[in-house]
Design a protein around this ligand. Structure first.
Ligand code: FAD
Ligand code: EPU
Length: 280
């Protein structure tokens, strides 16, 4: 299966095996088959925080759908499948007078991916609204409460062999006008972010600093390799402007940025995006 069109970067080679899983029964069967055949697997959300190598991934890619896209509500608590998109959750919140999700506006991922990456803005992350999650690990189902997820800055301790299947979110009842007002303020923050094929910010912000600002001050905005370019609007975004960039072009830019920022500011930037496949 071609992975390119399953990522927001529109970059990436093929997966040797690809499984679209609709319910827990299918997931159990799939995982036991992969275990028996000793095949490594990757879980794909909406592919919005990923750079997949041009040679693709050797193992299997699992994408959840069907039952994993359900939303259930019990008063101010939502029980949602991990494949539900953040955008759909926000729309649900607006139409059911539930507030708490607004800061996630503009994040083009699933709630499962948002939890693994502790997605959010500068001042808030998804950790703030998560009560517990249901996961599959080593053929067993487990519930992790918030403190067991190990949330940190744009990260969690969810390892790559863990599949998040369900998420419990704690929200508050609010008037629709209040929710819409909140949403507008988060929309404004996105005005200085570029459009086009990307994976959002490439690097984590070093404590108390902005990676984008450092890359900008290093004079790298607009630098282009192959079809990939450091956004002239926000320097922490790399764009696949032409739709024809290769993972190796993006990787060369990433290394150039890392080396230049280290040389000028003596700061080692850490990757925020996840890499799948071979990168040298
Ligand atoms: P994917 O990219 O598919 O996967 C990311 C990681 O999560 C992978 O390791 C994957 O294996 C894992 N994963 C996905 N689903 C599951 C699951 N069910 N169980 C276990 N592991 C899973 N991020 C922010 O934090 N803040 C922003 O403001 C922001 N803005 C963005 C703007 C743009 C234009 C783009 C393209 C991206 C932006 N991002 C932002 C990055 C990205 O959208 C988030 O990290 C998002 O939460 C990733 O979700 P996903 O479903 O796309 O995950
Ligand atoms: N800046 C520059 N030049 C640039 C980019 C930014 O000087 O090219 C300056 C801005 O002027 C501002 C400061 O850097 O003074 C911070 O910029 P911004 O408000 O854009 O915040 P950020 O740290 O770059 C973070 C998240 C974004 C999130 C916004 C929402 C990280 C790495 N980035 O951006 O998340 O959308 O806040 O406010 O945490 C993502 O994680 O993928 C992502 C896009």
């Amino acid at each position: 299966m071609e992975l390119k069109n399953l990522t927001t970067f529109h970059i990436g080679g093929r997966a040797k095996y690809f499984y679209e899983i609709k319910n827990i029964g299918e997931l159990i069967d799939c995982l036991s088959l992969l275990k028996k055949k000793k095949i490594k697997y990757y879980v794909l959300g909406n592919g919005s925080n990923l750079l997949i190598s041009d040679s693709g991934v050797k193992g299997a890619v699992i994408k959840l759908t069907g039952d994993f896209k359900k939303i259930m509500q019990k008063q101010n608590t939502l029980l949602v499948g991990s494949a539900v998109s953040v955008a759909k959750l926000i729309t649900y919140g607006v139409s059911h007078n539930l507030s708490g999700l607004e800061f996630l506006w503009g994040i083009p991922g699933t709630i499962g991916g948002a939890i693994k990456t502790n997605a959010g803005t500068r001042d808030k992350s998804v950790a703030k609204i998560v009560k517990e999650i249901k996961i599959w690990k080593n053929g067993r189902q487990k519930i992790l409460i918030k403190d067991e997820i190990g949330f940190s800055c744009r990260d969690s301790q969810i390892t790559d062999d863990v599949i998040i299947t369900e998420v419990k979110l704690a929200l508050q009842k609010r008037d629709e006008n209040v929710i819409n007002k909140n949403l507008k303020s988060y929309m404004l923050k996105r005005k200085h972010q570029p459009r086009g094929f990307s994976a959002g910010c490439i690097f984590r912000n070093p404590p108390g600093m902005s990676a984008g600002e450092l890359i900008d001050r290093a004079g790298l905005k607009g630098t282009e390799i192959g079809g990939a370019v450091i956004s002239p609007i926000h320097a922490n975004f790399i764009l696949n402007n032409t739709g024809k960039a290769k993972a190796r072009d993006v990787w060369k830019l990433i290394r150039l940025v890392g080396d230049t920022v280290k040389k000028i500011f003596n700061i080692r930037l850490e990757l925020e995006i996840k890499l799948w496949g071979d990168f040298k």
